[in-house]
Design a protein around this ligand. Structure first.
Ligand code: ADP
Length: 639
């Protein structure tokens, strides 16, 4: 029976009529075990006991079996409805209970009645250890009960029974022996004491039963205050949605207090009306009513009470309000709850007022939270709209910038193309004049024309750089590979800058290898890269310096190194090199007219040709720029 109750509370199943009748049958049949109808007599035989059963014994066993089935099926049913720790608890109890109950059934029912073997009837009890361990495990590891609470409650219960019984027994026995000089025989004393324990035990349940019955009979229309507050706190705790809080709590008030109407007037923090909820009252009526309502109302105002002035009374009549409950949340007036008259015709009594004041407080907190939540949601929506608007503007600006950027690229591309033709013609004419086609030249004229030619050549490279940058953007940057002999190419490029190097008092040395292999490279672009390295070395090396160009044929790769002993590059500038338009501060001083495009393009070209860059520098000591190509990748064709 105890197991039945335990399992039902563990699985939180409904106390259905099946359960109730099973419990009743249990009570009756357990009671009947005191009579000879279940067990007639028990005889000692050899080493064990033989039991002679009475007429109700079979019914008793059917009941035990039914209990067994009910307990197991309740656990299985309850198991399906829960999750997590609760499921684990039920699993453990189910397992241990199944072991214990089946062992007891086998040793105490199957063996004795099936095979007439009574030898193991005592052993059955040992199997309860399985159940005890299961419950213990669930308590300790799975928090089945709050054991401290159980101990505290049980202790309080036992102590109160103990005190009542001690008081009763000492009063009865003391008074009878002292006042009446009556000596109660010992067996009667035991009887009276044990009866007092029984009465102390049944007092509480009997009182609760009569409370319930009398409440049902005498307060038919009434509500249970505790239940009302429980339901209200369930509503307030379950949602942050203002309409739900209002409509559900209104419905509860109407149902429990039997009021004809229930509406809310909610206030803004500055005391103005925020909204009227669940109300058919016009804004005008509410305004008039609010005008009459004293601002410092602290407790419920009832219609017609002494505190109600005649104007407020009129205003209350107009809005059919019987009670006005101020809603306060931590000293802030959230609003008012307006209740109509009770349909039972009874006035609000003191219990109602107490409950309404407690309920009003919890409603106020919940309404304030809901209002704040609404505010946050509105704020989030406004924020979202603003973000959307800003994103739209940004997108528009971005599109515009992109269009401008494209126009700029088009312009650079077009300008570079246009510049190339006249420049080619300038270069052509200069070289014609240099070769004496326009008459004999003296040394000064030759030198000046040499400078003019070098400058136009540099301009050609600059324009090529600009064109390549715009090609990179438009995806038209293509590597066009042909067999190139770098040893020759370098010689030709260096020939163009020898004049300049000489004029800047620099020693330009080329370590030209013999029999250098051809590589598959884009000749024009690679020329430009080499020229850029050499040009930089010339301009970033002070007079008297040396530039050594080395082309090295290694076993599996080739390497070009342009080494100078010039200004070098500082550590802080080094990470930014090879990015578009970047120029170190010492370079700006040494050569104000640079573009910062050469290294950027060199990197693009070498990477596109599947080579790698060489870059070493020490500030103030010099730099080495160059590239290397693996022979396998660059498609070497041995001469
Ligand atoms: P520019 O030479 O037109 O400034 P580059 O792209 O060719 O543009 O070079 C980028 C920067 O790299 C230069 O401004 C300079 O700071 C640094 N640099 C390149 N080569 C050298 C060098 N040989 N010695 C010192 N600094 C160099």
């Amino acid at each position: 029976m105890a197991l039945l109750a335990f399992v039902w509370s563990l699985t939180s199943l409904r106390y259905s009529w099946i359960w109730k009748s099973l419990l009743l049958i249990n009570v009756i049949l357990i009671g009947s075990t005191l009579t000879p109808w279940v067990v007639e007599e028990i005889k000692a035989q050899e080493n064990t006991w033989v039991i002679h059963f009475g007429i109700l014994a079979s019914v008793y066993f059917v009941m035990l079996f039914t209990d067994f089935v009910a307990i197991i099926s309740a656990l299985i049913q309850g198991r399906k409805r829960v999750k997590g720790v609760q499921k684990q608890q039920i699993n453990i109890i189910l397992g241990s209970l199944a072991i214990t109950l089946s062992a007891i059934l086998i040793t105490n029912a199957l063996f004795p009645f099936g095979f007439g073997y009574y030898g193991l009837t005592n052993a059955g009890s040992f199997f309860t250890a399985a159940l005890v361990s299961g419950v213990a495990y669930s308590i300790v590891r799975l928090k089945l009960f709050d054991i401290r609470l159980v101990v505290a409650r049980s202790l309080a219960y036992v102590l109160s029974i103990f005190v009542i019984v001690t008081l009763f027994v000492s009063i009865v026995f003391g008074v009878s022996s002292i006042a009446f000089n009556v000596q109660i025989p010992a067996n009667q004393k035991i009887y009276i004491a044990s009866m007092s324990i029984v009465i102390a035990l049944v007092f509480q349940p009997i009182k609760a039963l009569f409370d319930k019955v009398s409440n049902k009979v005498f307060f038919r229309n009434d509500y249970n205050p505790q239940e009302f507050l429980n339901k209200l706190s369930k509503i307030t705790a379950s949602t942050l949605n203002l309409p739900s809080v209002i409509s559900e709590s209104s419905a509860l008030m109407v149902k429990d207090f039997k009021v004809e109407a229930c509406s809310f007037v909610l206030l803004n923090p500055d005391g103005t009306v925020h909204s009227r909820e669940n109300s058919s009252l016009s804004q005008d009526l509410i305004r008039q009513f609010m005008h009459e309502l004293p601002k410092n109302v602290r407790s419920t105002i009832l219609y017609g009470e002494d505190t109600t002035g005649s104007r407020l009374k009129q205003a209350m009549t107009r809005i059919n309000a019987e009670a006005i409950i101020p809603l306060n949340s931590s000293n802030t007036r959230v609003g008012y709850l307006l209740l109509g008259i009770k349909s039972t015709g009874q006035p609000f009594n003191s219990q109602d007022l107490k409950i309404l004041s407690i309920g009003g407080d919890s409603l106020a907190v919940s309404i304030q939270n809901a209002l704040r939540f609404e505010e946050i949601q509105n704020f989030a929506t406004t924020l979202q709209t603003r973000v959307d608007e800003a994103t739209r503007k940004l997108r528009y600006a971005n599109d515009k910038l992109k269009a401008l950027d494209e126009t700029k690229d088009d312009f650079i591309s077009m300008a570079s193309h246009q510049l190339r033709t006249p420049l080619t013609s300038i270069k052509g004419y200069i070289s014609m004049v240099q070769e004496g086609d326009a008459g004999k030249l003296n040394d000064t004229q030759k030198q000046m024309l040499g400078q003019a030619f070098t400058s136009s050549q540099r301009m050609v490279y600059l324009i090529a750089d600009l064109l390549n940058v715009s090609r990179l953007k438009t995806g038209k940057f293509i590597i066009d590979r042909t067999p190139v002999n770098l040893a020759e190419v370098i010689e030709q490029e260096l020939a163009q800058v020898r004049e300049t190097a000489l004029s800047r008092k620099l020693d330009l040395i080329y370590d030209k290898p013999q029999n250098f292999p051809d590589l598959m490279l884009d000749e024009t672009k690679t020329r430009q890269v080499i020229m850029n390295f050499v040009d930089n070395a010339i301009f970033y090396t002070p007079a008297g310096g040396q530039i050594l160009v080395r082309l090295i044929d290694k076993s599996s790769s080739i390497e070009l190194r342009v080494e100078d002993n010039g200004i070098g590059i500082s550590k802080s500038d080094q990470p930014h090199l090879f990015t578009k338009f970047y120029r170190a501060s010492n370079a700006r001083k040494a050569r104000p007219d640079g573009t910062g495009l050469g290294l950027f393009m060199a990197k693009k070209v070498i990477i596109a040709e599947e080579g790698s860059l060489i870059f070493e520098t020490v500030e103030g000591k010099g730099s080495t720029f160059g590239f290397s190509f693996s022979k396998s990748k660059a498609g070497v064709q041995q001469k």
